[in-house]
Design a protein around this ligand. Structure first.
Ligand SMILES: O=C(O)Cc1cc(O)ccc1O
Ligand SMILES: [Fe+2]
Length: 301
């Protein structure tokens, strides 16, 4: 983006780099965002991204509200993503006259382009709280079940964009970080479920415990509202036969979920043009066997 910047007039961006480093210049200053970090650039902010080499990632756009930390409820004052770990840029400016500096905007879903004769990054100082920020996912303080049962993944919420309906999010950004798994008498991987949210999952690196094969870093799965899903056959078999001792899970990995109470439409590009759709995805559950035995009794109650 040489002599070019962008702003989103429609909503806020949450950017999740997956490969390559983003050197972002904003009107508020600079941010360097690497894989396993995320950043938020809000509605209206002009920014420019410089990269070297192959670079890709995921972007979640929200309208009408902003991302915030989830209410911690009984967790109390500290935990999950702590406010102290969010970094915002310090003021930086360039006094640069350029012929044909391009300002690209997204307005009502369409791209527009204007030209001006100077860099927009000429803001020498700022104060206030409407600022872009970044966060290192390695600093997330993981909270989870320490006796039995599998917690809802909302316990891993980094940021939420709340809707007007209390307890319901326009979008949650959730991670599945490296952690200990210690629950007793429990099927520890994600439960089989269908629910009222759209679940878009991505992978920054490593693998996702519920789908070790076929779900590649940079890839994505989408489980739409009320579509049943859960761990693949291999994960089910391993977890069912494993000894339930304290075990590390997700080391060297970072999976995440964009979860929304709204339905997500898939574009023609996503479904056809990119030719990346895995038409055999459903087969990951086809090896699951019926184990129901009405006479079965638990060893321990
Ligand atoms: O479907 C998924 O893999 C995401 C997910 C993980 C989990 O631990 C519980 C519920 C859930 O939707
Ligand atoms: Fe799910």
């Amino acid at each position: 983006m040489k002599d070019k910047c962008f702003y989103n007039a429609d909503g806020d961006f949450l950017i999740v780099p997956q490969q390559g480093v983003l050197d972002i210049t904003t009107e508020f200053g600079k941010m360097r965002v690497e894989p396993n970090e995320i950043c938020v650039i809000q509605q209206g902010m002009r920014f420019s991204v410089s990269v070297s080499g192959s670079t890709r990632g995921y972007i979640l756009e929200v309208f009408a509200a902003h991302f915030q930390l989830p209410y911690l409820g009984p967790i109390g004052a500290n935990g999950l993503a702590n406010p102290r770990d969010f970094l915002c840029p310090v003021a930086w400016y360039e006094d640069k006259d350029v012929k044909g500096y391009q300002v690209v905007s997204k307005f009502q879903g369409h791209l527009f382009q204007a030209e001006q004769n100077h860099s927009p990054f000429d803001v020498v100082g700022w104060h206030g709280s409407y600022v872009p920020y970044k966060y290192n996912l390695a600093l997330f303080m993981v909270v989870n079940a320490v006796q039995f049962d599998h917690c809802d993944p909302s316990i891993f919420t980094v940021l939420t964009c709340p809707s007007n309906r209390p307890g319901t999010a326009i979008a949650d950004f959730v991670i599945f970080p490296p952690r200990w798994s210690v629950q007793e008498n429990t099927f520890r991987p994600p439960y089989y479920h269908r629910n009222c949210m759209s679940e878009f999952m991505g992978l920054i690196f490593g693998n996702y415990e519920a789908k070790k094969e076929g779900f590649q870093p940079g890839g994505a799965t989408l489980h739409s509202v009320m579509t049943p899903h859960g761990p693949d056959t291999q994960c089910f078999e391993e977890a069912t036969n494993a000894t339930l001792c304290p075990t590390r899970v997700a080391d060297g990995t970072q999976a995440f979920m964009f979860e929304s109470s709204l339905s997500l439409a898939v574009t023609k590009w996503g479904e056809e043009t990119c030719q990346k759709l895995d038409k055999n995805y459903y087969k990951c559950w086809q090896g699951l066997k019926k184990h129901f035995n009405p006479k079965w009794q638990p060893d321990v109650l």
